[in-house]
Ligand binder design. Structure first.
Ligand code: PLP
Length: 464
C-alpha cells in the first residue's frame, strides 16, 4: 500500500529529529535545511509514483535519507577519481597527475606568502614569470620563455603579439580543431591575424609557402597535428625548412607543438614526436606547447623562443588576462627541475612513467595488484588479468597503441554496465572501460595509492 503525499512530515517536524538536531550542531543550518528539502522532494516524487512505503517514513529512515543528502551537499564537487581507463592524458580526468616531489613546494607556496612578484636581490618589484624562465631556457635551448594558463592562451598571445593585423601563412592540413571549440582559424581571427591557407589537406610544399609571402605576411605558422594523423600520400614542410624560408624573407616562424615533450620519446615508445628542443634547434622563432600533456606538469601554456619576439609578449595587454597563478608556477617549477636529469624525469613524472611502462612491468604490477585485491574483497568479485592496449590521449600521439595489462572485473548477476555505474558512484569514483562486453581496469593508469579506493570499490560490488 503506497503512502499518500499527506503522510509526508513537514520540515518543522524533521528539524526536531534527534539525528537532525545532531547534524545542526556540526553543519550550517541552511545546508541542513537544503538537505531536508531535497529529501522531501524525493519522498513526494515516490508518493506521486505510488512507490512510497510506510518504512520510508519512520524516524530512522527519514534521518538516514537526510544524512545522505547532507553528505552529497558537503562533499567537494571536484574530487579524486581512480583512472582505470588506460588513457594517460585523459582531459576529462584532469590530464597529468603531478610528480609527488612538488607536493612540499606546493604546500609552502599555497599556505604562506611567497616572492611571486618580488625580486629578493633588490627588494623591488619582480615578475612572476621569472621563476621558470631560466629553467625553460636551459631545458629547451631557447633565449627566452613565458608561461600562461594553457596552450590555447599561448597561441592566442603569440599570434596577437607577432602578427595582429597581418597575415599568417598556414598549411591547409594544419588548420586543426583541438577540441573544446579550439580551432586554429578561430584563434587566428580572435588574435586579429588574417589566415593565409596554403597547400592541400594532405600535401603542402615549401614553394606553397614561398609563393604566398607578400608585404602583408607577418608570420609563418606550423601547427603540430597532435590529435590526428594523415597517412598515405602526404607531404609537409619541416620546421627547419620553414624557419629557413622565414629568415630569408624576414618573417618570424612559429610552431604550435601542442603536446610539447622535453624528453625524446621515439626510442622509448616508438612514436614519431619531435621534442621542443628540436623545434628550437631547427630555428623556429617561437614554440608553444602545453604543460599538462606529455610534459606531465600542471595546466599551463609555455612559450619559448627568441628574446626579440618573447619580450613584446611580456608587455602585451593580453598577458595580464592570461597570467598563471602561483600554485601553477610552483608545480611547474618542481616538474621542470626533474628534467635536468632525464632518468629522474622518466622515473618520477607520472605521465612519463605511465607512457613508458612496458607490458612486462605492467603485467607484473597487475598480478601483484590482483593478488592484493583478491585477498581483500569477497570471492564473488572475480579479478582476472587480460592483455590489451592503452592510449596516450589528451590529443597526443593518436596512432600509438601501447601494449598493457588489464584487470577484468566480473560479478555474477551484474552486467559490465552495472559494474561501471556502481564503481563510478563510489565515494572515490573508479573510472574504467567496457570492451567486448567486459569491464576493464587498465593497470597503466592506476596509481600506487589507488589500492584502498580500488579495495573499497570492488567491495561495494559484492553487496547484494
Ligand atoms: C592541445 C593543443 C592545444 C591546446 O592546448 P591546451 O593546453 O589544452 O590549451 C593547442 N594546439 C595544439 C596543437 C594542441 O595539441
Amino acid at each position: 500500500m503506497s503512502q499518500s503525499l499527506s503522510a509526508i512530515p513537514k520540515v518543522d517536524r524533521l528539524l526536531l529529529l534527534p539525528q537532525v538536531v545532531a547534524l545542526l550542531s556540526t553543519n550550517p543550518r541552511p545546508v541542513v535545511l537544503q538537505a531536508i528539502r531535497t529529501a522531501l522532494d524525493g519522498l513526494r516524487n515516490e508518493a506521486r509514483n505510488e512507490t512510497l512505503s510506510a518504512d520510508a517514513l519512520t524516524d530512522a529512515a527519514l534521518s538516514v535519507r537526510i544524512e545522505k543528502e547532507l553528505t552529497i551537499l558537503t562533499t567537494p564537487h571536484l574530487r579524486r577519481v581512480v583512472n582505470g581507463t588506460g588513457v594517460v592524458l585523459h582531459t576529462n580526468l584532469g590530464r597529468s597527475p603531478l610528480p609527488s616531489i612538488v607536493r612540499e613546494q606546493l604546500d609552502e607556496i599555497a599556505f604562506g606568502y611567497s616572492n611571486l612578484e618580488l625580486d629578493l636581490a633588490t627588494g623591488s618589484r619582480g615578475t612572476r614569470y621569472s621563476h621558470v624562465e631560466e629553467l625553460l631556457c636551459e631545458l629547451s635551448g631557447a633565449e627566452a620563455a613565458l608561461v600562461v594558463n594553457n596552450n590555447a592562451a599561448a597561441v592566442l598571445l603569440a599570434l596577437s603579439s607577432l602578427a595582429a593585423g597581418r597575415e599568417a601563412i598556414v598549411s591547409r592540413g594544419e588548420l586543426v580543431e583541438i577540441g573544446g571549440a579550439f580551432r586554429i582559424p578561430d584563434v587566428m581571427r580572435q588574435s586579429g591575424v588574417h589566415l593565409r591557407e596554403v597547400g592541400t589537406t594532405n600535401r603542402t610544399h615549401l614553394k606553397d609557402y614561398r609563393g604566398a609571402v607578400t608585404d602583408l605576411t607577418g608570420l609563418l605558422l606550423k601547427v603540430h597535428c597532435s590529435n590526428f594523423a594523415i597517412v598515405g600520400f602526404t607531404a609537409e614542410v619541416t620546421a627547419a625548412e620553414l624557419a629557413t624560408l622565414g629568415r630569408e624573407q624576414g618573417v618570424p616562424t612559429m610552431v604550435d607543438a601542442g603536446s610539447g615533450n622535453l624528453v625524446d620519446l621515439r626510442p622509448l615508445i616508438g612514436c614519431d614526436e619531435a621534442t621542443v628542443q628540436e623545434y628550437v634547434g631547427a630555428g623556429a622563432d617561437v614554440v608553444t606547447f602545453s604543460g599538462d600533456k606529455l610534459l606531465g606538469g600542471p595546466q599551463t601554456g609555455i612559450i619559448v623562443g627568441r628574446r626579440a619576439f618573447i619580450e613584446p609578449m611580456k608587455s602585451h595587454p593580453l598577458l595580464r588576462a592570461l597570467r598563471v597563478d602561483k600554485l601553477t608556477l610552483a608545480a611547474l617549477e618542481g616538474t621542470l627541475r626533474l628534467y635536468r636529469d632525464e632518468r629522474r624525469a622518466l622515473a618520477q613524472i607520472p605521465t612519463l612513467r605511465m607512457l613508458t611502462a612496458t607490458e612486462e612491468t605492467l603485467t607484473a604490477r597487475g598480478r601483484k595488484l590482483a593478488g592484493r585485491l583478491r585477498r581483500r574483497v569477497p570471492a564473488s568479485v572475480r579479478i582476472t588479468i587480460v592483455k590489451g592496449t592503452s592510449q596516450a590521449g589528451g590529443g597526443s600521439l593518436p596512432l600509438l597503441q601501447l601494449p598493457t595489462a588489464l584487470l577484468e572485473i566480473a560479478v555474477d548477476g551484474l552486467s559490465p554496465q552495472e559494474i561501471e555505474t556502481r564503481l563510478r558512484s563510489c565515494p572515490v569514483p573508479i573510472i574504467g572501460r567496457i570492451q567486448r562486453d567486459a569491464f576493464l581496469l587498465d593497470v597503466r593508469t592506476l596509481l600506487d595509492d589507488d589500492l584502498p579506493y580500488l579495495t573499497d570499490g570492488l567491495h561495494s560490488l559484492s553487496k547484494n
